[in-house]
Design a binder for this molecule. Structure first.
Ligand SMILES: *Cc1c(COP(=O)(O)O)cnc(C)c1O
Length: 235
């Protein structure tokens, strides 16, 4: 299967999942995740009409940006993985979106570096909805106080929330993670509306995006189902 064929298939599954949930398919954004894949695969997806790509490692994303930007200036990058503060400067240079904000220290550093670059960044707060210690993200109970602090950073355009659900064959357990994120969203809409309208809910990957759409996802992050299996695992 080519990237274009995979994409058409994923799009039709997204549309079907949205309709089954009585939702307009246009309210679900597909973010293709190109981590570990070569720029040749990204260009196949560009030819099929995609322009923004998710990567979880900054160094890899930066290298791909440097390679593609001269001839494909329309290509945009979303960093979806945990970020060390010392990489904030790189992200501020080239990323359009960052989905894994999980500390005020990082928010402050990103804001500072973005001001230096004269840029802004779309930001999603990552919430740990599975309770697994190896997962990043803030605790659901910390979300409101964390969210309110973000008003201080005017180069950060806060658009919503992101989570990685528990990796389990049990749809109830996975769905509980998605519902928890949605509950946090409702609370923030009521009590932190000065910071953001919190519209974007980024949840669901190759293995669980249809379930995520049923639970209200507005962004699904799909890698392997578009680009094929990864040769080595990345978290
Ligand atoms: C890798 C990754 C994805 C995509 O996973 P697939 O199983 O390839 O669809 C989504 N979200 C995050 C945060 C990732 O690191």
């Amino acid at each position: 299967m080519t990237v274009a064929e995979n994409l058409a298939h994923i799009r039709s599954r997204i549309d079907a999942a949205a309709r089954a949930a009585d939702r307009d398919p246009a309210t679900v954004r597909l973010l293709p995740v190109s981590k570990t894949k070569p720029t040749s695969a990204i260009l196949e997806a560009v030819d099929a009409g995609l322009t923004r790509f998710g990567e979880n490692r900054v160094q890899e994303a930066l290298a791909k940006w440097q390679e593609l930007a001269p001839e494909h200036p329309q290509v945009e990058w979303a960093i979806i993985g945990h970020l060390q503060t010392n990489k904030a400067r790189d992200v501020a240079r080239f990323a359009t979106e960052f989905q894994a904000l999980d500390s005020l220290h990082l928010a402050r550093e990103l804001d500072k570096r973005l001001h230096q670059e004269g840029r802004r960044l779309d930001v999603l707060v990552e919430v740990n909805t599975s309770g697994e210690p190896q997962k990043s993200g803030i605790e659901p109970g910390e979300a409101l106080s964390f969210a309110r602090e973000l008003a201080a950073f005017d180069a950060l355009h806060v658009t919503g929330l992101m989570t990685v659900a528990v990796n389990s064959p049990d749809a109830d357990q996975v769905g509980a993670c998605f519902d928890l994120l949605r509950g946090v969203q409702e609370r923030l809409r009521q009590e932190a509306s000065q910071v953001s309208s919190w519209d974007d809910l980024s949840m669901g990957m190759s293995g669980d995006f249809e379930l995520a759409i049923a639970h209200g996802a507005t962004t699904v992050r799909v890698g392997q189902a578009i680009f094929g299996a990864r040769e080595y695992p990345t978290s």
